[in-house]
Design a protein. Structure first.
Length: 308
């Protein structure tokens, strides 16, 4: 579709539904896939297949880029997808999918803290500073509660710490692409990032000994279905919908998925995976989302002024 044409309203709504509902449901899909697929094998297959599809499509369309662009996007993909999304997959062995989504909702705080080029603005704005403080209060409340561990798990707090580190890696990789990357088409860049993360995940799975106990014939049908869902809907439909929306809608509007994803993840985990509906987690989610709202308020005000 031409970027200059006005897209159909139904297509825009479908794209928002994808980043709201599909991305929110990937936490449950990961939980299902993990029943008989090791975590890094799961991430490796998911990103390798999705990345290869995007790369082949992009190259077939005649898109090209320099070696330095491929290297930079590959490095960012390892940070964002292997370290970031891979952390989500790994920790869902030890904490609930809903809790994982709540922790990931803290992502905007790390962008504020790591985006050094915006420090003069961010740290001089009372709303943004208040949002960061409120958000971290919610995170500390979560860690103090120490809830969300799966049965038999003895290290939920360690898993939560790993996931926070993954969030920092995602934010760092995103900012690296924002300030240092060589130009590359969005689709080709996404394919490069996914394939790099997929190959890295597969190699790491071997280093962790996951391949020794992985037998495709022993994988349950529901796990294959979860993996297929993550590849087709989570990595292809969801990611491409997000990229397309960023081109036709303000970033602050597209970023509202951050408010919806954790709510969807918590509800689906409770409904379909019998995860505990912990009120302490919901309180923490409310506090974290309040912090995200405060951080974004200056941008929302600018958007409303332009609309007016």
């Amino acid at each position: 579709m031409s970027h200059t044409s006005t897209p159909p309203r139904s297509l825009v709504l479908a794209a928002f539904a994808a980043i709201y509902l599909i991305w929110g449901s990937t936490y449950l899909a990961i939980l299902v896939a993990l029943k008989s697929i090791p975590p890094f094998v799961l991430s490796g297959i998911r990103f390798s297949v999705a990345g290869a599809i995007l790369l082949v499509w992009s190259l077939w369309q005649g898109e090209r880029a320099s070696r330095s662009a491929f290297a930079q996007h590959g490095f960012a993909g390892v940070l964002m997808l292997f370290c970031g999304t891979g952390a989500v997959v790994w920790v869902e062995q030890y904490i609930s999918s809903g809790l994982a989504a709540i922790i990931v909702a803290s992502m905007p705080f790390w962008f504020v803290l790591l985006d050094y080029k915006q420090w003069s603005f961010n740290f001089s704005n009372g709303l943004i500073l208040s949002g960061v403080l409120v958000g971290f209060a919610g995170i500390l409340y979560l860690f103090g509660a120490g809830e969300g561990a799966s049965p038999g798990s003895s290290s939920p707090l360690f898993a939560m710490t790993v996931l926070l580190a993954g969030c920092i890696c995602w934010a760092g990789g995103s900012l690296y692409l924002k300030y240092r990357s060589v130009p590359m088409s969005t689709t080709l860049g996404a394919g490069t990032q996914m394939l790099a993360a997929g190959v890295f995940s597969l190699l790491f799975a071997g280093q962790q000994g996951e391949w020794q106990g992985f037998f495709p014939g022993a994988v349950r049908a529901e796990s294959w279905a979860g993996l297929a869902y993550l590849i087709v809907l989570g990595s292809l439909v969801g990611d491409l919908s997000y990229v397309w929306l960023l081109r036709i809608r303000p970033a602050v509007q597209v970023g509202t998925y951050a408010y919806v994803n954790p709510v969807v993840a918590v509800l689906l985990g409770w409904m379909f995976a019998a995860e505990p509906f912990a009120w302490m987690q919901l309180v923490a989610l409310g506090v974290i989302l309040a912090g995200v709202l405060l951080i974004n308020l200056p941008k929302y005000k600018g958007l409303f002024r332009m609309a007016g």
